[in-house]
Design a binder for this molecule. Structure first.
Ligand SMILES: *Cc1c(COP(=O)(O)O)cnc(C)c1O
Length: 427
């Protein structure tokens, strides 16, 4: 047994399923999870002494690679000055000012401790602001584990949602409506059937959580128009895409500006941080400025803010980060396409900037139904074949890969060689 296997066996005695977040258990790809000992730059090092090239980067935050000196230094400086005060600090003001200057839709912002907290709070604020109860979300989008988001579409587009997890009540499900991604007509139908009752529409402007799926031409613009016509708050969940697909998130790239934005992952530079923000008049309903309650003992924590501030400052001052990420993304995905052509495969490769997914299906993937046509067993074999060759992918077909600036041209070639060999081995 490897040390990772031994640790996993032990973990299962004390932690549900042996992990603190389900995807880490490798259920979707088989085998036993790799336990990580340390990481630096483009590499992960496991308990058994193996080295891997990273294509997840902690699900996005490590956009500059692991243990980047800038963030390391900011954190070690902050640690000298105390861990938590539960009182305001200068850094929180600077961080808020920085976020407002970077993210187009954000005029005021509140810091929280995770993406889940950000979306839960944004939903409450949208409801408090509009005085309405219902929400529209999209199949295959993920917004953390808040009750209101763990709702599947009911049978037939007009029906109420169904709880997607035991423990979520039917009462909560009644207020969550679900539409297929990229389907404006379905959204319009839900809005028409629930006139004056929809508080917000929330979506990932580029989806990372069913594998990478892009908005089709006109989809985001169409949602903006519906929201304007009906007084609905448009929320972009940019927990994954924020500070990644452009400095100011995908909204900067596509030019469609939501009313509210939720952020996480990169914003903490690897520390547990989230944030939600938006138009002044909406954010001013948040307590103590307004009546909508939301709070946090460790929110705006000085160590976490130091990491986040170092990260965001670097990103905002170095546009070359994004040029390089585009370059890496294009080289890698073009190389993978060339590999597939070489051996006569025609799988769908979706790609935006530094995020991509290879779907094991020939069908174009524009929504969750399309994504589900993928051969997930084949993906599992591909995942193991890549792991064996020292490439660490996200352990599920329904995830995106996240690139970092720590990847060199040599790394990219190594990944492409492994990709070709792995495809030949498993298909
Ligand atoms: C990761 C993620 C979340 C949840 O963030 P946590 O920090 O895991 O709670 C919410 N929305 C999106 C789009 C995400 O990718």
């Amino acid at each position: 047994m490897t040390l990772s296997e031994q640790l996993f066996d032990k973990a299962k005695n004390y932690i549900p399923g042996g992990v603190n977040s389900p995807v880490r258990a490798f259920r979707a790809v088989g085998g036993s999870p790799i336990f990580i000992k340390s990481a630096k730059g483009a590499y992960l090092y496991d308990e058994d002494g193996n080295t891997y090239i990273e294509l997840i980067n902690s699900w996005g935050p490590m956009i500059l690679g692991h243990a980047h000196e800038l963030v390391e230094k900011a954190v070690s400086d902050a640690i000298q000055k105390g861990f938590s005060f539960g009182a305001p600090t200068r850094r929180e003001v600077e961080m808020a000012e920085l976020i407002c200057s970077i993210v187009p839709s954000v005029e005021k912002v509140r810091m929280v401790n995770s993406g889940t907290e950000a979306t839960m709070s944004a939903l409450r604020v949208a409801r408090g602001y509009t005085g309405r109860d219902k929400m529209i979300k999209f199949e295959g989008n993920y917004h953390g584990h808040g009750d209101s988001f763990l709702i599947a579409a009911g049978s037939g587009a007009m029906t109420f949602g169904e709880p997607d997890s035991p423990g979520v009540t039917k009462g909560v499900a009644n207020d969550t409506l679900t539409a297929p991604y990229n389907d404006l007509a379905a959204v319009q139908a839900l809005v028409d059937a629930n006139k004056g009752q929809i508080a917000c529409i929330i979506l990932e402007p580029v989806v990372g959580n069913m594998g990478l799926v892009k908005p089709v031409e006109g989809f985001l613009e169409g949602l903006r128009k519906i929201c304007d016509e009906e007084g609905i708050v448009l929320i972009f969940d940019e927990v994954m895409t924020g500070f990644r697909l452009a400095k100011g998130g995908f909204q900067e790239r596509c030019g469609v500006i939501p009313d509210m934005t939720t952020m996480g992952k990169i914003i903490g530079g690897g520390m547990p941080v989230g944030a939600y923000g938006g138009k002044k008049e909406i954010m001013d309903v948040v307590s103590p400025a307004g009546p909508v309650y939301q709070a946090g003992t460790l929110s705006g924590n000085p160590i976490a803010m130091a990491a986040g501030q170092a990260m965001l400052t670097h990103l905002s001052e170095n546009p070359s980060v994004y040029t390089r990420l585009e370059e890496i993304g294009t080289t890698l995905t073009n190389g993978m396409k060339a590999n597939m052509e070489k051996i006569g495969l025609n799988y769908t490769l979706n790609h935006v900037g530094s995020m991509f997914t290879l779907f094991f299906t020939d069908k174009p993937v524009n929504n969750f139904e399309d994504a589900k046509t993928s051969d997930t067993a084949l993906f599992g074999r591909y995942f193991q074949a890549m792991l064996k060759r020292g490439i660490y992918l996200a352990p599920s077909q329904y995830e995106a890969m996240f690139l970092s600036t720590a990847l060199t041209d040599e790394h990219i070639q190594t990944i492409l060689d492994a990709n070709l060999e792995s495809l030949k081995e498993v298909v």
